[in-house]
Ligand binder design. Structure first.
Ligand code: ATP
Ligand code: MG
Length: 442
């Protein structure tokens, strides 16, 4: 272990090199301005983290973060519109129009007692403890980051890349490697397990063996994370455009069952897995096409096998379909909310999507027409297709609705009439005295 650290903190203070793949004009102009302003005031400043990683890989960074040796209260007065945020770790948000540049002061690893890497640092460097901020040197700041590819610093003023942890080599090797002892780093912050999977899927990188090894065993530690943080992470995992690859990795590393505790208890797991995979593929495709997406759809799919099983059970116990579905939704959502929060603006549409799954088979009379006009029809119909494609036996219901939407009103009436005589009302039954097969559950 010590050797490992010595390598980080060896005689060669940093691996400093002019960068080939990255150049100053690739850096967002506001971020460049922030770096210059800090440097002019006598501080060190660099762009850091995901933006450097993404630029080196030829990807478009989501946002630009700046790291500096200036304390938050030294940073703030340098910018016209800046606020200090965060309690435990104060950072500064500098606002430029609609863009926010996050400015973070170098800090040492958070809990020196927990990692030998940090203890070593504590002995070798003087991290000043002020309030809750443990400030540190630039090297320490690199070591407290999660993956080597996320710990690269770039100074656009001098076009210099700083690499303390061999991050550049890992970018070239397409490898995601945890800085320090992986198990220790996951214990410090279990969300890092989710981040490993997220970056591996997004970048198409392999998770290095030692980095991957502890995940399955430590996965249950995600139970210690607040439900709101887990929900935020779930959105990054599910809705970033690489949902399918992310889902498969989450499943294989036993993380999925931690995010969705009921997922392994679902009936008919093979179909369920297919349903989830299709839902993610569908969302990825919509994102690629620039279409709108909602977390409600993915979450409705992830919880669907549980809702369907619970509703069927309640119906068997004698409840009406409507009440059974409603109670099943309550039960499944309550269980999920203990793990990840799901804001009501998403859980309400989820309920409506589920409810529609029981209403879409009921097409008699004017019901079909009223359903098409339901504001949630489109989502309910898309969800129905998803179920059908995943292998649920739905007797061609999805296809029926596809055709129905393409027809004019005369044809639509005809389609409803052709459904057979199994209509719910007596009057209809008298009209067609010889009902054949019931294509309708209503
Ligand atoms: P994205 O493209 O998703 O924004 P990112 O690498 O920029 O990826 P952020 O969550 O924006 O990720 O975090 C910025 C940087 O902060 C990371 O690159 C990493 O260096 C560091 N970081 C973030 N979260 C953690 C964590 N849980 N543990 C250690 N370091 C972290
Ligand atoms: Mg980022």
């Amino acid at each position: 272990m010590l050797k490992f650290i010595t390598r980080f903190l060896g005689a060669e203070k940093s691996r400093r090199q002019p960068s080939a793949a990255i150049s100053p004009e690739m850096i967002d102009s506001n971020a460049r301005e922030v770096v210059k302003t800090l440097q002019k005031a006598g501080f060190e400043a660099y762009v850091v983290g995901g933006c450097v990683r993404d630029l080196l890989l030829g990807l478009k960074p989501k946002d630009f973060d700046v790291a500096t040796n200036a304390a938050p209260w030294e940073v703030k007065p340098l910018f016209r519109r800046a606020r200090v945020i965060g309690r435990r770790f104060q950072i500064v948000h500098a606002q430029f129009g609609r863009e926010i540049i996050e400015i973070t002061t170098f800090r040492a690893p958070a809990d020196p007692e927990q990692s030998s890497a940090s203890r070593h640092l504590k002995q070798t460097d003087s991290g000043v403890l002020t309030r809750d901020n443990v400030f540190g040197s630039m090297e320490e700041d690199a070591l407290r980051r999660d993956f080597t590819v996320n710990a690269l610093y770039y100074d656009p003023s001098s076009d210099t890349l700083y690499d303390y942890v061999d991050g550049l080599a890992d970018i070239k090797r397409q490898t995601l490697r945890m800085i320090g002892q992986p198990a220790t780093r996951y214990r410090e912050d279990p969300v890092r397990m989710l981040r490993a999977v997220r970056f591996a899927a997004k970048l198409g990188f392999a998770i290095e063996k030692k980095t991957a090894a502890p995940i399955a065993k430590l996965a249950p530690m995600l139970g210690q994370i607040s439900s709101s943080r887990l929900f935020d992470e779930s959105l990054k995992l599910f809705l970033s455009g690489d949902g399918l690859a992310t889902y498969q990795l989450l499943r294989d590393h036993r993380l999925m069952a931690e995010l969705v505790p009921g997922i392994t208890h679902a009936d008919n797991l093979a179909t369920a897995d297919e349903l989830y995979a299709l839902a993610f593929a569908n969302t990825d495709q919509r994102l690629a096409e620039g279409k709108s997406i909602t977390p409600a759809f993915i979450w409705a799919a992830l919880l669907w096998p549980q809702v369907a099983a619970a509703a069927a059970k309640l119906e068997r116990s004698g409840l009406s379909t409507a009440i059974a579905v409603d109670e099943a939704a309550n039960k499944v959502l309550a269980k999920q909310l203990a793990r990840t929060s799901i804001p009501r603006r998403f859980s309400q549409p989820m309920r409506e999507i589920w409810e529609l799954q029981w209403r879409l088979p009921q097409r008699f009379g004017s019901r079909a027409e009223r359903l098409v006009e339901n504001p949630r029809f489109r989502a309910g119909y898309d969800f129905l297709l998803l179920r059908e494609h995943s292998g649920e036996a739905l007797d061609g219901l999805g296809e029926w609705w596809t055709r129905y939407q393409q027809c004019d009103s005369d044809q639509r009436r005809q389609m409803v009439n052709l459904l057979g005589a199994g209509g719910p009302r007596k009057r209809r039954r008298r009209k067609r005295p010889a009902p054949s097969k019931r294509a309708d559950q209503g």
